[in-house]
Design a protein around this ligand. Structure first.
Ligand SMILES: [Zn+2]
Ligand SMILES: [Zn+2]
Length: 128
């Protein structure tokens, strides 16, 4: 190995990297994405999705805790945490809250449209 080349040069031009989490050898297009390589993020696709899943679980648990362990809309509760879903805005991707299956499905069926949901409430409250 050439002693004239500094550590930085070696880092920059050495195309071989290992996942810093599971130490698997990283190959773009196989277990590592080009965007991750460009960002210098030395983590394999498997570890990245596992990390995302863990983050999501953590986010769901802390939001659910803040909501008092009940659905953000109907306030129904259940010991079965799997019956609750981390709801997110389909446009921004932001997490909105934790909902029971019923409310989560209702929002989906009503296409996340607040006007329709308000009209549905008015419809139910109308007196004949
Ligand atoms: Zn990995
Ligand atoms: Zn609910």
């Amino acid at each position: 190995m050439s002693g004239s080349r500094c550590h930085y040069y070696f880092q920059k031009h050495n195309s071989h990297h290992d996942c810093r989490n599971c130490v698997i050898s990283l190959q773009v297009g196989v277990n590592w994405s080009a965007s991750r390589k460009a960002n210098g993020d030395y983590i394999c696709n498997g570890c990245a999705s596992e990390r995302a899943r863990e983050n999501k679980e953590h986010r769901k648990a802390s939001l659910f805790e803040r909501q008092g362990l009940m659905c953000a809309i109907c306030e129904r509760t259940s010991k079965d945490r799997a019956a609750f879903h981390l709801d997110h805005c389909h446009r921004s991707g932001k997490h909105r809250g934790v909902l029971c299956s019923g409310c989560n499905q209702t929002l989906g069926l009503m296409m996340d449209n607040p006007a329709w949901l308000r009209r549905a409430a008015e419809y139910l409250e109308q007196v004949d």
